[in-house]
Ligand binder design. Structure first.
Ligand code: SF4
Length: 414
């Protein structure tokens, strides 16, 4: 077989990386090349945190070092037994591509993952080598996200954190039984052990940075992980419970959810159909509620339906409010911040504006309408000086009144 060109490898290895959703480039340290030093920047002009409509980050060169793999995870297109065309970059080729794309202003950084060749430590060394050449030899100051292999030597993983802005280790599946069945070469305890070590390194070196000016930084944008949704029988309640325990135990920046998509030449143990994409979206919404709205994991679990999954037709906040109607209506002129954050349709910003405005005068329904996008969704759950929902909050058909109307999609729409 003739040797592949870099372009052919890029085609194969960029396509192979598309199943990984954990590539948001947020929250790192500020670096730039002002003053003629270095190349790249994580801030200012030229850094555009662009996201595809489905929430995936599109501003990084997102590739695999190789799609060869000695593991056989059933849900993965790159597994050992998969019949796909294989390719492998050298670290220098990835460096050259990153710099070339960066100079053309196509990307703000690099998201690099890999199948496992030879063994985990060898592969991790290759990933670190890419970051080392970029940082040490080219003084690259753009964003680097390295996917980390939990089975690799912890010292090499530590090196990764010294070069990368963010490192991530995928837990892959929310339950141990799912992991055993679908990723037989992986071990949940080993994955969490590696996440714990990364958490300790982040804390230790952050502390050192406060005390010593020249202490090295370690993954300043933190660590993240990804869970695949819909490849096993785990419910949304299982997934939310797992995500919450990961946030608490490992101080994660983000948990990403990736709706399982049937892959070419799929293993027979996988479902034939992908879960609806809206399920992934509902999980992100529940994640948001826990991170910014003060919901506990148990609150989100209470919003699930009898099958343990979040409803698809309404968002989890509305689902919770409909189940706990005795908590409403909330008086916008007297309610606490926590109570206001539970009102469907009121965002964090609107609640802040309400708290500020009501210091000066009693708020009317019109005032709330001006501060929010849709007063129709909010009305059943609040009262103001001139509005009480009376029986509206308890109406049996409230869910159908508030659920977004299904849209007829254009057959040939773009
Ligand atoms: S380790 Fe598993 S998930 Fe990762 S590339 Fe190999 S087969 Fe795919």
């Amino acid at each position: 077989m003739p040797a592949q060109t870099v372009l052919q490898k890029l085609e194969i290895l960029a396509d192979a990386a598309k199943y990984d959703a954990s590539c948001a480039s947020s929250g790192t340290a500020k670096r730039n090349s002002l003053g003629g030093k270095g190349i790249g920047s994580t801030e200012g002009m030229g850094i555009c945190h662009a996201y595809a409509p489905d929430g995936r980050c599109i501003s990084l060169l997102k590739i695999l070092l190789t799609n060869h793999c000695v593991f056989d995870c059933h849900y993965c297109v790159n597994r050992k037994s998969s019949n796909v065309v294989r390719a492998r970059f050298t670290p220098q080729e990835v460096v050259d591509l990153t710099l070339a794309f960066y100079r053309r202003n196509y990307i703000e950084g690099l998201f690099l993952s890999s199948g496992i060749v030879k063994n985990s430590s060898y592969t991790m060394e290759q990933l670190v080598e890419v970051a080392r050449i970029l940082r040490d030899e080219h003084d690259f100051r753009g964003y680097i996200h390295l996917k980390t292999i939990p089975e690799a030597d912890p010292e090499i993983v530590h090196q990764a954190g010294l070069y990368a802005d963010r490192i991530s280790i995928n837990v892959e599946l929310p339950t141990d039984s799912g992991l055993t069945r679908l990723a037989p070469d992986k071990n949940g305890r080993q994955i969490e052990g590696a996440m714990g070590k990364v958490r300790n390194d982040i804390v230790e070196l952050k502390d050192a940075c406060k005390r010593f000016r020249h202490a090295p930084r370690f993954a300043p944008a933190g660590q993240s992980t990804q869970m695949i949704v819909g490849a096993d029988a785990a419910t949304d309640a299982d997934i939310v419970g797992k995500a919450s325990s990961l946030y608490t135990a490992f101080n994660l920046r983000r948990v990403y959810y990736s709706a399982f998509s049937p892959i070419p030449d799929a293993s027979a143990v996988l479902p034939l159909k992908r879960p609806p994409l809206i399920r992934e979206h509902r999980l992100y919404q529940s994640d948001w509620l826990m991170r910014f709205y003060g919901y506990k994991p148990t609150d989100v679990m209470e919003a699930t339906e009898a099958d343990g999954n979040l409803p698809l037709d309404i968002d989890p906040k509305l689902a919770w409010a409909l189940k706990f109607r005795d908590q409403f209506p909330v008086d916008v002129n007297r309610g606490t911040k926590e109570q206001l954050l539970r009102v469907p349709g009121l965002g964090v910003k609107a609640v802040g504006n309400i708290l500020t405005s009501r210091r000066h005068r009693a708020l009317r329904l019109d005032d709330i309408a001006r501060l929010t996008v849709s007063i129709v969704k909010i009305r059943p759950f609040i009262c103001t000086v001139d509005w009480r929902p009376v029986t509206l909050t308890d109406r049996a058909d409230l869910r159908s009144l508030l659920a977004p109307k299904a849209e007829q999609l254009e057959l040939f729409g773009v």
